[in-house]
Design a protein around this ligand. Structure first.
Ligand SMILES: NC(=O)c1ccc[n+]([C@@H]2O[C@H](COP(=O)([O-])OP(=O)(O)OC[C@H]3O[C@@H](n4cnc5c(N)ncnc54)[C@H](O)[C@@H]3O)[C@@H](O)[C@H]2O)c1
Length: 403
């Protein structure tokens, strides 16, 4: 039996995937609301294919609980935020979960940490806990997750994976567990290498996004069309520039690269600048809004609305989203809270939030597209009499402003 600890965006689909492939699973989350909801037969977030996977798993081998179970295999998938001051990983959730596991784990159990952690975290934060306990028999492994919200169920099956372990035998055991559902290639390596690869992958993405954002600012300064320039450059066989945007959110690309800055401040210079570049994008969008308002003789900020609250299109995850960052920076400057609408955020999360597209549109003259949900692509004609700033470059209607 596998006890999956932490049933969020990563833990839940992983637990369901194992269960629907014949592995007996107990999913544990210390939040009783999460457990109650899952026990009542409902998923806790929206994701393509998750409902079907859930139905399949509960017909098979899964139960949900707030308590940890006595068993020989654990997967820990709890949050790993970063400390905003030091930029280092905050491993307190992982350490807490690990300590609780140690109280119940079978002799020689394998504890797999799936949470993203900075290189050396297992040595610095987890091994000392093990050494100070009576549980020197426990085996450690790291199996970082690569899936992307919006395509999680597909990617769980098809992505390649990395497993880090102290010895080959444990690595191969963990590999065989993931092979129950994963059709991608699974590489077994040591723990520090596995820790580093995950953080490096997200850092690579962050740096490349920052390059596109910087390019956009240069082009904007000289009135050049950045999208056309990127399109032409990408016709070069060895160039693949990403698209600029209003900033970076979510729990990976906007967080993990900071771990390297925190741990290697004198070495991670490009990474540091890249993260600052991306973090400055919501404020840049706000400046564009003010400039466009001036150009159009518009004075009333209460007639400006942001379309999209989530950190990417077609998901309901709003953690660290550029829209939230923008609203926060506006609040700091005591600005009027802009109107906001997102078709996927059904509960009230911010001030001035609308839940109906028509009333949102009726209440604004200027719409800023922050997220390219399918809805806005389908309904773009409804924006034809509005001032529009399309920060994602997804609309095809005329007279739209870009970054
Ligand atoms: N969300 C993503 O897209 C993504 C992708 C790849 C990797 N990751 C990494 O996966 C890890 C988990 O992220 P997430 O997005 O699933 O987080 P999440 O916040 O969605 O879920 C974490 C869950 O863990 C529970 N929890 C916290 N501490 C616990 C404890 N001690 N015992 C039991 N339950 C506990 C919380 O109640 C919560 O339900 C993080 O390290 C993250 O960086 C996330």
């Amino acid at each position: 039996m596998v006890n999956v600890i932490g049933l969020g965006y990563i833990g839940l689909p992983t637990a369901l995937m194992l269960a629907s492939h014949g592995v007996e699973v107990v999913g544990t989350d210390y939040n009783p609301e999460v457990v109650d909801r899952l026990r009542s037969g409902h998923t806790t977030f929206k994701e393509d294919g998750l409902e079907e996977l859930f139905a399949d798993a509960i017909n098979n081998n899964i139960v949900f609980d707030v308590s940890y179970k006595e068993t020989d295999t654990y997967i820990i998938s709890v949050p790993t935020p970063y400390d905003r001051f030091s930029k280092k990983v905050d491993a307190c959730y992982v350490v807490d979960a690990f300590k609780r596991v140690l109280k119940v784990a079978h002799q020689n159990a394998v504890v797999i940490i799936e949470s993203t952690i900075s290189p050396g975290t297992i040595d610095k934060a987890i091994r000392p806990v093990l050494e100070q306990s009576e549980r020197k028999d426990i085996n450690l492994a790291h199996a970082p997750e690569r899936i992307i919200p919006g395509n999680m169920v597909y990617e769980l099956v098809h992505n390649n994976r990395t497993i880090g372990a102290d010895d080959r035998e444990i690595g191969e055991y963990v590999k065989s567990l993931y092979e129950s559902f994963c059709e991608g290639e699974i590489v077994v390596t040591d723990i520090r290498t596995a820790e580093m690869t995950k953080v490096v992958e997200n850092t690579y993405r962050a740096v490349n996004i920052a390059f596109a954002n910087e390019l956009m600012k240069i082009c904007h300064h000289d009135n050049l069309d950045v999208y056309e320039i990127i399109r032409i450059c990408n016709m070069h066989p060895r160039v693949n520039i990403l698209q600029p945007g209003p900033g970076v959110g979510g729990h990976c690309i906007s967080v993990d690269p900071w771990f390297l800055v925190g741990d290697y401040p004198s070495l991670a210079k490009v990474i540091d600048e890249s993260m600052k570049t991306n973090d400055a994008m919501p404020a840049f969008v706000l400046h564009r809004v003010y400039d466009i308002m001036k150009e159009r003789g518009m004075k009333d900020l209460s007639r400006v609305g942001l379309y999209g609250l989530t950190y990417k299109e077609n998901v309901d995850d709003m953690r660290e989203s550029p829209t939230l960052q923008l609203l926060e920076s506006q609040e700091k400057h005591l600005g009027y809270p802009l109107k906001v609408y997102d078709p996927l955020i059904l509960e009230d999360k911010v001030e001035n939030q609308f839940h109906d597209f028509d009333s949102f549109l009726n209440s604004v003259d200027f719409v800023v597209i922050m997220v390219a949900h399918d809805e806005i692509r389908e309904k773009e004609q409804m924006l034809s009499n509005k001032i529009v700033l399309d920060t994602r470059n997804v609309l095809t209607i005329n007279n739209v402003y870009h970054l």
